[in-house]
Write a new protein. Structure first.
Length: 535
């Protein structure tokens, strides 16, 4: 007696949900087995799986059972050979695997017979199914490309922050476009705000995920993850351009940018915010920036230098981490013979520098004295501002031209849009373009102002602001404002030189309450690479 196992399949979940094809296939297979007197011992149902892929759970379960030593059935019954496979190579491999264990492959609607002639006809049918499948896929893909060119959505799950909206009906096809999902879009904007530091210190993807998870905010019913946050921060979709056809879904590889289809979609964030987020993500990439530097609490990280050799003073610990010191990195790594550099308690140096700043920089009178040349030379400043404006405009033109040249390389096929070096260069140029545009706007505003850029009132405001920020418990904020005021803190045994930029200080003094905060520390060269540098 031949024991039978039925295998049925449809290609898409939409067909499976229709509940028409699967029950019909099962009914015809059962009727065939009943006519031949074969008991049905198993039924394997594969809803929504392509026959060009052999990675089908039910299919693999059937093959596994068929090739066991104590196999439970002697024949696999399918409605047609295309239900078994539409890939001629896969069909040959699995048919041979069944034949080796004396399990027959039987098609209800295609009686090909047994023996060598039957095997030959079966191979021909598989080849025809393979060809038909490839042709269908080609036509479907072409239709999807044209659908995308016309600005319509092709039916996949919309990105977070968006939903699909019915636009029109053409024949049996419903045409849809992406529209903003207000509730999700608000969360997506919040993610970009947190990443770019709009409301404070810029956060990394892990910190952003934690921010939402601790507040019980989910991503379509699931907790936020670092990957989910990254998937929201990186696609250009959120700044208004979605790309279709980027990936070959069968080969799991990236298609050439020349084959991408740009689809205009509603913006959730502006391009400047998107480019700022990309630049910050790149600066925090662990491959480029040691995380210990980004997260390190050291107040003078990157600023403190050994007066004898000029290299960085890095953190060293004592008494099992109970005490922290600034030490010359060269002396610590190469020994006392390399440099006579000092070892100084970290809190002591921080307090000395902070006391110097409070006494000699923060008082409004001292700020005014330091910046008096800047305040007094209004005409010279105006001329310098005009010269700076001309320079910035020239640099902006050059930056835009550089972006255009890079895009032309992609159009000519000489560069890949997703090449890491190309992508990094493009992000840097776009960030530079936005930065220059902001500077040009600021310079134009200054030229149009009737009163001087810096006043006594502004200096008092700046003084109070700096005092508050240096008292902040957030070490990122303290680091950022230390770098605003200081360029270097060079330390000898009995002497400390503190230097800074009047230009940066004057720029902040001209708009002390502005929304733009100093850049948060993201990378320090020559910082200690060992584990104990920033515990």
């Amino acid at each position: 007696m031949t024991r039978a196992a039925i295998y049925v399949r449809v290609s898409t979940s939409r067909q499976a949900e229709g509940e028409i094809s699967l029950p019909d296939q099962i009914a015809q297979c059962e009727a065939y087995c009943k006519r031949n007197g074969w008991p049905v011992v198993s039924t394997f149902v594969e809803p929504g799986a392509s026959a060009r892929d052999d990675d089908r759970p039910e299919f693999q379960a059937m093959i596994h059972q068929a090739t066991r030593t104590n196999r439970p059935f002697d024949a696999v019954i399918v409605h047609s050979l295309s239900r078994f496979s539409r890939d001629s190579v896969h069909a040959g491999i699995y048919t041979n695997a069944l034949e080796k264990v004396d399990v027959r492959l039987v098609s209800v609607t295609q009686e090909v017979g047994d023996g060598e002639m039957g095997a030959f006809i079966r191979k021909v049918v598989h080849l025809m199914d393979d060809y038909q499948s490839r042709e269908n896929a080609k036509h479907v893909h072409r239709s999807m490309l044209e659908n995308a060119r016309q600005g319509f959505w092709n039916g996949s799950k919309p990105p977070y922050g968006y939903m699909t909206q019915f636009i029109e009906k053409r024949g049996a096809r419903e045409k849809k476009r992406l529209v903003i999902h207000d509730e999700e879009a608000a969360i997506a904007r919040k993610i970009f705000d947190l990443a770019t530091g709009t409301e404070g210190t810029p956060l990394g993807v892990k910190a952003i995920a934690s921010y939402f998870n601790t507040r019980g905010i989910t991503r379509r019913g699931k907790a936020f993850s670092t990957g989910g946050i990254y998937d929201i921060l990186t696609p250009t979709t959120y700044s208004g351009t979605h790309y279709f056809n980027k990936t070959d879904t069968r080969k799991k590889t990236q298609r050439p940018p020349s084959e991408w289809i740009a689809v205009s979609v509603p913006k959730i964030i502006d391009e400047k915010a998107f480019n700022t987020a990309q630049a910050l993500l790149q600066s925090r990439n662990p491959k480029a920036t040691p995380p210990r530097v980004v997260n390190g609490p050291t107040f003078l990280a990157g600023l403190a230098k050994c007066g004898y050799c000029g290299l960085a003073l890095i953190q060293n610990t004592g008494k099992g981490g109970a005490y922290r010191y600034y030490c010359c990195s060269k002396k610590l790594k190469q020994g006392p013979s390399s440099c006579r550099g000092l070892r100084m308690p970290m809190q002591s140096l921080d307090n000395i520098v902070m006391a110097h700043i409070e006494a000699n920089i923060l008082p409004p009178d001292r700020l005014e004295d330091m910046l008096k040349d800047y305040i007094a030379s209004a005409r010279d400043r105006e001329a310098a501002t005009k010269a700076a404006l001309t320079l910035k405009r020239t640099q902006l033109t050059e930056t835009k031209a550089a972006i255009t040249r890079l895009l032309e390389l992609v159009e000519k096929g000489l560069a890949e849009l997703e090449d890491p070096e190309f992508r990094e260069r493009m992000v840097a140029l776009r960030f530079r373009r936005d930065e220059l545009s902001t500077d040009i706007t600021d310079l134009n505003r200054r030229l149009n102002e009737e009163r001087p850029d810096i006043t006594r009132e502004k200096l008092k405001t700046l003084s109070n602001l700096l005092r508050r920020q240096f008292d902040s418990e957030d070490h990122h904020v303290r680091q950022a404002y230390a770098r605003l005021m200081l360029d270097e803190v060079r330390v000898w045994d009995g002497e400390i030189h503190v230097t800074g930029s009047k230009r940066r200080l004057a720029k902040k003094a001209s708009d002390p309450t502005g929304t733009t905060a100093p850049e948060v520390l993201s990378f320090v060269r020559k910082w200690r690479t060992r584990k104990d540098s920033n515990l």
